[in-house]
Ligand binder design. Structure first.
Ligand code: PLP
Length: 427
């Protein structure tokens, strides 16, 4: 196979039907941004929209804007937009709180259902390498409900689904390895074993096509600030299948989840439908910013939507993997994300036999932003260099230039400079 060259990438970009979507973003010229899986890029529309909400809707409209500017409808309006990206029906998904908090709500609801339908089931199954906040929230709930959280190694959950398992809690795309699960197949297997499923879509929404309804999943949550470009700390979303939503309450019974919040009655009555998953007053400025971010993903709909974004995402990550193999073979770098595209989300993770943290810091200093995730050494997990491929704003030349820069950092030994070994508070 002949080696891939930069002009090949220029040609691919020229033929890319999604190329214009990059214009939606305000990106620094001197940066190649491969961390949209941690914090999405800034849409050009966001600053003006937030400014209008502040000066017009808040400054002039004051409290009237809850009605006149439609503030009160924003959690469901933005929810309905996200629903289009994850295969949910209208009014099945709301935007509220954080991913961690929404997990608390849906896991509580799932445990309440299990308590009625199958009280002998006392186990929540998840993976040791799931994102820690998911595990921490599940630990707390398991303790409160007198149940147990059992952690299995990645990919082993289905073999643990015996008749003592109440809930299977999985993240569809693993934040470390980038491994993607077949939601429909895993959900069907869980249901056949009598367990409910909770899917964390933090690295799926806006990254891979998701069909919650088609998969007959039970509950889902997801993140607003990753591939949905909602901005730092953007609110998250929550979905429950229609067969469950009115059956149980969630425990964070704030007034916005009440059937009639503005009746101001002393007794809690959950709203019918997903509104019961709301809690307190929505964070309006963040919600307005999130809507701009979600709109950048919906802008792909005329070009084939999530299916087209998925094709480009895989083209970019395939190219990255190929270039890593072609250009970095002299260095102790290994691709840990599945080579099989059907099992890969929108990121690629590498291991480096050496100080991977310093390599990533040197790479960032050279304008290529990925990130570093330390492995659990007590379990022999490797440290990872993570690279997210956001098809909305990345070009094939960015992938080429990023690998070239990584090669320079490794060939020159730049990463060995002492300044790259110092750790910041956030890695
Ligand atoms: C990013 C991420 C979260 C983030 O949760 P927050 O409540 O927003 O901090 C949760 N779960 C997974 C799987 C994630 O990747």
């Amino acid at each position: 196979m002949t080696k891939f060259q930069r002009p090949d990438c220029v040609s691919l970009d020229a033929a890319d039907a999604l190329a214009a979507l990059r214009e939606q973003f305000s990106l620094p010229n001197d940066v190649i941004y491969l961390d949209g899986n941690s914090l999405g890029a800034l849409p050009k529309s966001t600053a003006a929209r937030v400014q209008a909400v502040v000066t017009e809707e808040w400054g002039r409209g004051l409290i009237r804007s809850w009605n006149t500017a439609g503030w009160i409808d924003l959690p469901s309006r933005v929810g309905n937009k996200i629903a289009r990206l994850v295969g949910a029906a209208p009014d099945e998904l709301v935007v509220t709180d954080s991913t961690s908090i929404n997990l608390y709500k849906v896991l509580s609801a799932a445990l309440a259902i299990a308590r009625v339908d199958s009280p002998q089931r006392r186990i929540i199954v998840s993976e040791r390498e799931n994102f820690p906040t998911d595990l921490y929230m599940a630990q707390s709930l398991a303790a409160q409900h007198g149940m147990q959280l059992e952690l299995v190694e990645q990919g082993q959950a289905l073999s643990r689904l015996h008749d003592d398992v109440a809930v299977l809690l999985l993240t569809q795309v693993n934040y470390r390895s980038g491994v993607l699960y077949d939601m429909a197949a895993v959900t069907a297997a869980a249901h056949a074993a009598g367990a409910l499923t909770i899917w964390d879509l933090a690295h799926s929404a806006g990254a891979v096509p998701v069909d919650l309804g088609g998969a007959q999943a039970d509950f889902a949550i997801g993140c607003g600030y990753k591939y949905l470009n909602g901005g730092p700390g953007a609110p998250a979303f929550v979905w429950a299948h229609a067969r469950h939503v009115n059956r149980v309450e969630q425990p964070l019974s704030g007034w916005h989840g009440h059937a009639a919040p503005f009746a101001f009655t002393p007794d809690y009555q959950p709203a019918p439908g997903m509104a019961r998953y709301l809690c307190g007053t929505p964070t309006l400025l963040s919600l307005a910013a999130l809507e701009c971010g979600v709109d950048t993903v919906l802008a792909a709909e005329p070009f084939g939507g999530m299916q087209a974004l998925r094709r480009k995402s895989l083209a970019l990550s395939d190219l990255f993997i190929r270039l890593v193999h072609e250009q970095l073979s002299a260095h102790p770098i290994t691709v840990v994300t599945p080579i099989d595209a059907a099992r890969r989300g929108s990121q690629v993770s590498l291991t480096f036999d050496g100080d991977g943290y310093a390599v990533m810091q040197a790479l960032i200093a050279r304008g290529v932003i990925g990130d570093f995730r330390a492995g659990d050494k007590t379990r022999g997990d490797a440290d990872l260099l993570r690279f997210g491929f956001t098809p909305l704003y990345l070009r094939h030349i960015d992938v080429f230039d990023a690998v070239q820069t990584l090669r320079d950092v490794l060939d020159s030994g730049l990463w060995r400079e002492a300044r790259f070994a110092r750790k910041g508070a956030v890695t």
